[in-house]
Write a protein that binds this ligand. Structure first.
Ligand SMILES: [Zn+2]
Length: 273
């Protein structure tokens, strides 16, 4: 764990897990090699986790996500855990319009429902529209809920403003051919978690899995893929509890989401020179 910038008045951690070695090929030429991992063994994917805010155990979630994904894929994580535990914050990270440039993918797992400033929100979404992929988790869907502009919701691929009670929700895979759903069980039931009510699926978004509301019997997307500008986005509304982050099905879903969104899985062979 390393602090990235001393001047940064927030918690910034670096989790380097992928490692790098040099080996010689048959012709004696030195080539990069990376640890063999079940899902992805190529050049480490550079991922940023943005987390913090209300209502969730983000320190644990970040640790579980980072360490769990690194067991199956070569991903280096930086973590920006800022903004306290309230429902509104404007964090320094986004002051720089090029904030996303160093990363192959950004994981949004933050919870700031009452931040609503359009300029601030557009500094986040524009970086993605220009091509930085994202994986959006749980309360990211209710972040910037108070905003009148729709940019964040279009970026997510869904509009949600409320959730049902905590329960164990069966998850039905509706797009089994999608790379993100590879290996996902057909009979997975979530640990205790919240079902987010999806009031709109945006035109470029495709549901990959759904769960049914115990209140009104309607099916809601709980995993989906979205195309936002040049960027691939993968979202899941699950992720409220520590138990969900302790479940390998969920962590492996996030691992495959990071790999697919980054596009690195498709160039893994080429990445090893
Ligand atoms: Zn929650």
């Amino acid at each position: 764990m390393t602090f990235r910038r001393a001047a940064f008045p927030v918690l910034v951690l670096l989790i380097l897990g992928a490692g790098l070695g040099l080996s010689q090929n048959k012709k004696g030429k030195k080539e990069k090699s990376y640890p063999k991992k079940e899902f992805y063994s190529g050049e480490p994917i550079k991922a940023l986790i943005v987390t913090g805010g209300c209502c969730h155990n983000y320190l644990y979630q970040t640790f579980a996500l980072g360490s769990g994904v690194q067991k199956v894929a070569n991903v280096d994580f930086e973590v920006v855990n800022v903004g306290g535990r309230g429902t509104a914050a404007m964090i320094d990270l986004y002051n720089n319009p090029d904030w996303a440039d160093p990363y192959d993918v950004v994981i949004h797992n933050e919870c700031f429902a009452n931040t609503a400033e359009p300029e601030y929100i557009r500094r986040i979404t524009e970086a993605h529209r220009e091509g930085t992929p994202a994986v959006v988790v749980h309360c990211a869907m209710h972040s910037y809920r108070a905003a009148e502009i729709d940019d964040w919701r279009e970026f997510l691929g869904v509009t949600s403003r409320k959730h049902d009670h905590q329960s164990n929700y069966p998850v039905k895979v509706v797009a089994p051919e999608h790379p993100v759903m590879k290996g996902f069980p057909t009979d997975w039931v979530t640990p205790k978690d919240e079902l987010y009510i999806i009031e709109k699926v945006w035109p470029n978004a495709t549901p990959l899995a759904t769960s049914v509301s115990e209140k009104d019997g309607k099916a809601h997307p709980v995993i989906w893929a979205n195309q936002f500008g040049k960027a691939r986005i993968i979202g899941t509304t699950y992720g409220h509890t520590d138990e969900t982050f302790g479940d390998d099905v969920f962590i492996h879903l996030l691992a495959r989401s990071i790999i697919w969104a980054s596009g690195k899985g498709e160039t893994a062979a080429a990445a090893v020179e």
